[in-house]
Design a protein around this ligand. Structure first.
Ligand code: TMP
Length: 211
């Protein structure tokens, strides 16, 4: 049985997860909590290799089913080697994306079976579920102007999934909303259209549920 807490951040592209993850880590550490920060796909050597294969591989890019299995392989490694041991010693784990992204992107977005994804995902993460999921909800117009700003500032082009198209991104937006409706005791939806400071206020308030 784990004694730590497991918090995940979810949302579409450019919803501001990374900023909120960092703010939460700082706030918890100030209170003396041991925090383990991770991201998906990633967080272990193997999972980071898989991240590169999934996001940046344009030649012989993974087909939809291969993409799903790669995400799950990355997750299995992360859960076993990082998340479960950290929870067992009482740390709080914050993950930038987790299982809900697979349901939203590969299920609602790519159109793979939600049932198959749920079963395979449970297998990959040995049934582990977050104690709290913060879904950052951002309007498509705000996300796309953030994306343009990011690309101009960093000169890093959009990756394979970010380029998937407007229809794909509206399907996954609907997917995230349905996931939140189905499990209101776990998922809190935060309006992420405002400034990082405004969003942070809501994120911090939502932590009351598990403290
Ligand atoms: P990000 O960490 O910059 O958000 O990049 C991760 C990308 O991978 C993002 O486009 C969402 C996508 N993704 C999936 O499609 N399925 C998944 O299960 C996960 C964890 C991420």
């Amino acid at each position: 049985m784990s004694s730590g807490k497991f918090i995940t951040f979810e949302g579409g592209e450019c919803c501001g997860k990374s900023t909120q993850v960092k703010l939460l880590r700082e706030a918890l550490e100030k209170e003396g909590v041991e925090v383990v920060l991770t991201r998906e796909p990633g967080g272990t050597w193997l999972s980071e290799q898989i991240r590169t294969l999934i996001k940046d591989q344009d030649e012989d890019a993974p087909c939809d089913r291969a993409e799903l299995l790669l995400f799950l392989a990355a997750r299995a490694q992360l859960v076993k080697n990082v998340i479960k041991p950290a929870l067992a010693r009482g740390a709080w784990v914050i993950s930038d994306r987790f299982s809900d992204s697979t349901l939203a992107y590969q299920g609602y977005g790519r159109g793979l079976s939600l049932e198959v994804i749920s079963i395979a995902n449970d297998f990959a993460c040995e049934g582990l579920k977050p104690d709290l999921t913060i879904l950052l909800s951002v309007d498509p117009s705000v996300a796309s102007s953030r994306m343009i700003g990011r690309t101009a500032a960093t000169k890093v082009p959009e990756d394979r999934i970010e380029r998937a198209g407007g229809e794909f991104h509206s399907r996954l937006r609907r997917g995230f909303a349905e996931i939140a409706n189905a499990e209101p005791w776990r998922v809190v939806t935060v309006d992420a259209n405002g400034t990082p400071e405004k969003v942070w206020e809501e994120v911090w308030t939502s932590l009351k549920r598990i403290r």
